[in-house]
Write a protein that binds this ligand. Structure first.
Ligand SMILES: *Cc1c(COP(=O)(O)O)cnc(C)c1O
Length: 345
């Protein structure tokens, strides 16, 4: 067995969902776009449905269709990209709920699937998806007479609690939705942590479920263990890897492990990252190759058979910081070469 192992801890994801749910007194949905942030949308959603989640969010209708196959009838599946050309059959046949983003989408939806439930996504300032205030004013009366199940918007700076954008978007969202007789949703993971003003009727956590910032109390959900292929001694002055970027300052023992940037181990993290054997850090040395990485195992008493790259010592945010990115990108980059295991009691 040479492929690295990616273990997804469904118990941890369930515990993170419960912990986020406990921070509010409203309904907690779950965002499982991008194959559940790389963790497996179907398995994650089935586990969370068992835990009590009744509503899931995905990015596009195709993801919603696959999720419906995994979940079966019952839970509500909301699609952020709304009702796009070509989506009608999927939305209808698999009972998906599009989050309508524009006048065009509204007309398409009401014409193709009259009576079929939909939500409305409003732009409260992020300028990414959703109706602008003027567009919404023109449509509001029509929408409220139809089968509208949710109005939502998304915060641009919720991971920065002191950012003035949060209060500004909250005010605009309220102006656009006060007086409506339909559930409202504004908060993702960051918004939940901003406090009750931001919770409304339904929250939509994603990254916090999978162990990422800004939910710092999260349990790690993804664990990566990488087998050691070969171990060798190098003399002081010898180099390791492409470009000779690392030179042994003194005699060292170097293990070559079976993962690389093709597995989402971003090259840029190399100089700042250690892998772990038990509680001993083993620094990455030299450049990260496509399928191989050199690590300095000189501090160990014996040669390891495998090392931990992601898990209790390295969180997704440890690796993200080392690579100059965010935990979301680490999770969704993990790739398809891993041997996947699911841990669940
Ligand atoms: C991705 C996303 C979420 C989840 O955000 P997290 O920061 O991962 O909790 C919620 N709502 C929308 C509109 C999103 O795009």
């Amino acid at each position: 067995m040479t492929a690295a192992t990616l273990t997804i801890d469904l118990d941890a994801i369930a515990a993170n969902w419960r912990a986020l749910d406990a921070l509010t007194s409203c309904e907690t949905a779950a965002v499982v776009k991008a194959d559940g942030y790389g963790c497996g949308a179907g398995k994650v959603a089935r586990r969370l449905a068992r835990e009590g989640a009744r509503r899931f969010f995905v990015a596009v209708a195709e993801e919603g269709a696959a999720l419906r196959e995994a979940l079966g009838p019952g839970p509500e599946i909301n699609v952020f990209s709304g009702h796009m050309p070509g989506d009608t059959d999927m939305i209808h046949d698999l009972s998906l709920t599009p989050m309508i983003n524009s006048l065009d989408q509204m007309l398409r939806h009401l014409e193709a699937l009259p009576g079929h439930p939909f939500g409305i996504q409003l732009d409260s300032g992020m300028n990414r998806l959703g109706m602008e205030p003027a567009e919404w004013i023109a449509l509001r009366d029509i929408a409220t007479q139809q089968n509208m199940t949710l109005v939502m918007s998304h915060l641009a700076c919720a991971d920065e609690p002191d950012h003035p954008m949060n209060a500004q978007q909250l005010r605009i969202f309220k102006e656009m939705t006060d007086g409506l007789d339909v559930p409202r949703s504004l908060a993702a993971t960051g918004g939940i942590l901003l406090g009750p003003d931001y919770h409304f009727d339904i929250t939509r956590p994603g990254v916090g479920l999978y162990g990422g910032a800004p939910f710092t109390d999260a349990q790690p959900a993804a664990h990566v263990s990488v087998p050691v292929i070969q171990v060798r001694d190098v003399e002081a002055g010898e180099t390791v890897g492409y470009g000779n970027t690392w030179t042994a300052p003194s005699p060292a023992r170097i293990a070559t492990i079976a993962a690389g940037y093709a597995d989402g181990i971003i090259r840029a993290m190399g100089p700042k990252t250690s892998v772990w054997v038990g509680d001993t850090p083993c620094p990455i040395v030299g450049r990260i190759s496509m399928d191989l990485i050199g690590v300095d195992v000189s501090d160990l008493d014996s040669d390891p058979r495998a090392v931990e790259l992601l898990g209790h010592h390295n969180s997704v945010d440890t690796l993200a910081d080392a690579a100059g990115t965010i935990g979301y990108e680490i999770l969704t980059s993990l790739g398809s070469r891993y041997r996947r295991r699911y841990h669940s009691t």
